[in-house]
Design a protein around this ligand. Structure first.
Ligand SMILES: NC(=O)c1ccc[n+]([C@@H]2O[C@H](COP(=O)([O-])OP(=O)(O)OC[C@H]3O[C@@H](n4cnc5c(N)ncnc54)[C@H](OP(=O)(O)O)[C@@H]3O)[C@@H](O)[C@H]2O)c1
Length: 290
């Protein structure tokens, strides 16, 4: 990334600061923007104040840059807010969430377009698993993130072969604000146990993935979505279902892993059907050979 100029929107804290740090670590010149300056500045990154909801300010921000190689559209988020709650059904509160998570990445991408076309650059959108599954409490946010991923795929086609556009689809990330979403340390630990990899992502995990998508190592990757969610969410019905309880418990405890890697030559009878009801390949050495 040496010699590259990278902009990370919302790069002052949380995920964005992790992304900014990773690009600085990869040798890039990094500019972060947000409404307020960072409480803890990222070493080696410059800060510029801009409200991404103001298109004039966004165009002014990009116009002041000498050039641009990478844009990371990271600024986003949402408070927990059921669609219709005690405080009413005012559309404007949801519209602001959609504006921040869908419209502002488009505003920034359009403002950066000429620069990125000239440099044969890359855009990385920061999406969320909330855009791919129901998102109760943050419905407008989930809808915006679904739209963002779609926008990225269309942009990738319209702006090829000059600009690559990809989305990182994040699961849960440990940030300064995690307690707002998951509660105290016990709450965060309980949430972490629901992730197959056993922990929330660190902002640095997201940063490394963003550097990869922006780098020449990903030169043939555009219009893609990369899940960075530690394995995602275990389907809730597996725990609720009364069928196949033993097989499910063994799979969860790792007993099946042992069977796969151990000296099991013959598949056990009945071990070939997942609880999804879909027939599957035998989860044993014998099955793989078959
Ligand atoms: N944390 C997670 O678990 C998680 C999971 C999935 C996806 N994500 C995604 O990752 C991204 C970052 O999330 P995060 O948790 O790091 O959020 P965060 O801690 O709330 O940080 C958001 C950043 O965006 C900036 N920002 C917000 N509104 C802005 C505006 N109108 N103009 C300019 N900057 C603005 C904030 O700075 P100012 O407030 O000073 O403007 C801050 O720098 C978001 O797109 C989020 O949807 C996060």
């Amino acid at each position: 990334m040496r010699g590259k100029l990278v902009v990370v929107t919302g790069g002052t804290r949380g995920v964005g600061a992790g992304i900014a740090r990773a690009f600085v670590g990869a040798g890039a010149e990094v500019v972060v923007c947000a409404r307020r300056p960072p409480e803890v500045p990222v070493d080696g990154a410059r800060f510029t104040a801009v409200d991404l909801r103001d298109p004039t300010a966004v165009h002014r921000f990009f116009a002041a840059l000498p050039r641009l190689d990478v844009l990371v559209n990271n600024a986003g988020g949402s408070p927990y807010r059921p669609l219709a709650d005690d405080t009413g059904t005012d559309i404007r509160r949801h519209a602001r969430v959609i504006e921040l998570n869908l419209t502002t990445p488009l505003t920034a991408s359009l403002a950066a377009y000429e620069y990125l076309k000239r440099s044969r650059g890359a855009i990385v959108m920061i999406g969320s698993v909330s855009g791919a599954r129901p998102s109760p409490g943050t419905a407008a946010y989930g809808a915006a993130k679904a739209g963002l991923e779609h926008l990225a795929r269309s942009m990738a086609v319209e702006w090829a072969p000059y600009i690559r556009v990809n989305t990182l689809v994040l699961g849960m990330v440990r940030t300064e604000l995690s307690h707002l979403h998951y509660g105290d340390e016990d709450g965060i630990a309980a949430v972490a146990r629901t992730v197959p990899l056993g922990r929330l992502a660190e902002p640095s995990d997201i940063g490394e993935a963003a550097v990869f998508l922006a780098s020449d190592a990903a030169a043939y990757i555009t219009g893609a979505s990369l899940l960075v969610h530690g394995g995602g969410e275990r389907p809730a019905f597996l725990d609720a279902a009364s069928a196949n309880k033993q097989a499910v418990d063994e799979a969860t405890s790792g007993a099946v892993d042992e069977a796969i890697t151990g000296a099991v030559d013959e598949p056990a009878a009945g071990a070939a059907t997942e609880v999804t009801g879909e027939p599957t390949r035998q989860a044993t050495k014998g099955g793989e050979q078959g």
